[in-house]
Design a protein around this ligand. Structure first.
Ligand SMILES: *[C@@H]1O[C@H](CO)[C@@H](O)[C@H](O)[C@H]1NC(C)=O
Ligand SMILES: *[C@@H]1O[C@H](CO)[C@@H](O)[C@H](O)[C@H]1NC(C)=O
Ligand SMILES: *[C@@H]1O[C@H](CO)[C@@H](O)[C@H](O)[C@H]1NC(C)=O
Ligand SMILES: *[C@@H]1O[C@H](CO)[C@@H](O)[C@H](O)[C@H]1NC(C)=O
Length: 249
């Protein structure tokens, strides 16, 4: 009891006396530690611990980068060593390829959504598996979302259409296997849309012709059918890849 109140008092005094410091909010640190647990303590996060170090000041590496502003995390980038290297995936954990059967994509995203100021989120080759839940849209400040090379399947959640700040959406090399969505015209600042190597089906989404900001459109390696609409209005388009299904590996 004595220790506790002394601790709280010193924290209070510390924050009171240091209004200008940029210590990461402890609630944000807790979220990061939770994420580390969800990701089953990958090696690249071994420096994330609860020993009072400000996680914002860890030096960037090829595997993890984080940027903070005003005591909150604004950018989080991680690359793991579990690329989506299988041709068939039936929606269950695969030993040493995906995270374990204990991983829950739903609670992972619930935790992520507590990083309410994120602008950049890139989680690549981490063995993340499951359907991508609709609540991903709670990350409404995101401008850049890259979840490539994981084991996500099912549909691309319709609520992503409400994430109007998105400029880059990259879901390459996953197992999305529903029809390709047709709400891309809700994302008026979208410049890069990349859905390469999934199992998306159905007609080419005609909403894409109205996303005038697009510079890169990559839909190759899916089962998209039908006629290509007129893309003349996409005057900034720089890269268009609609090639057929390739064998991935
Ligand atoms: C982190 O940033 C460095 C330098 O900007 C870059 O070389 C590295 O690839 C980044 N790592 C990730 C995981 O994005
Ligand atoms: C998508 O893949 C999952 C996992 O393999 C499977 O359970 C589901 O039935 C598939 N859905 C469609 C529409 O093919
Ligand atoms: C999954 O969770 C159970 C119960 O919490 C635990 O005993 C087991 O070790 C966990 N498995 C892995 C691979 O983390
Ligand atoms: C789209 O980008 C413009 C220019 O960068 C910006 O002013 C605007 O706020 C953005 N729109 C949204 C919905 O974020």
């Amino acid at each position: 009891m004595g220790y506790c109140s002394w601790f709280l008092l010193s924290c209070f005094l510390w924050s009171f006396l240091n209004p200008g410091t940029h210590q990461l909010q402890s609630s944000q640190t807790q979220v990061l530690l939770q994420l580390r647990k969800h990701l089953e303590y990958p090696n690249q996060l071994e420096f994330w611990n609860n020993h009072g170090m400000d996680l914002c000041y860890l030096s960037p590496s090829t595997q993890v980068n984080m940027t903070c502003q005003d005591n909150v995390v604004t950018e989080l980038r991680m690359v793991g060593d579990k690329p989506a290297m299988v041709n068939s995936f039936v929606g269950f954990a695969i030993t040493s390829q995906t995270l374990s059967g204990n991983f829950s994509m739903d609670s992972f995203v619930t935790t992520l959504a507590r990083l309410t100021s994120l602008r950049v989120l890139s989680l690549v080759s981490l063995g993340i598996w499951g359907p991508l839940p609709d609540k991903i849209h709670r990350l409404s400040t995101l401008e850049y979302l890259d979840l490539s090379s994981n084991y996500l399947f099912g549909s691309i959640p319709p609520k992503i259409s409400t994430m109007v700040k998105l400029q880059t959406l990259n879901l390459d090399d996953n197992f999305f296997n529903d029809t390709i969505p047709d709400w891309f015209d809700s994302l008026s600042n979208l410049t890069i849309l990349s859905l390469r190597n999934n199992q998306l089906k159905g007609p080419f989404p005609s909403s894409i012709q109205r996303v005038a900001s697009l510079t890169d459109l990559i839909l190759s390696g899916n089962d998209i059918s039908g006629k290509l609409p007129n893309l003349d209005r996409l005057s900034k388009l720089n890269m268009l890849d609609l090639s057929e299904k390739q064998f991935r590996f």
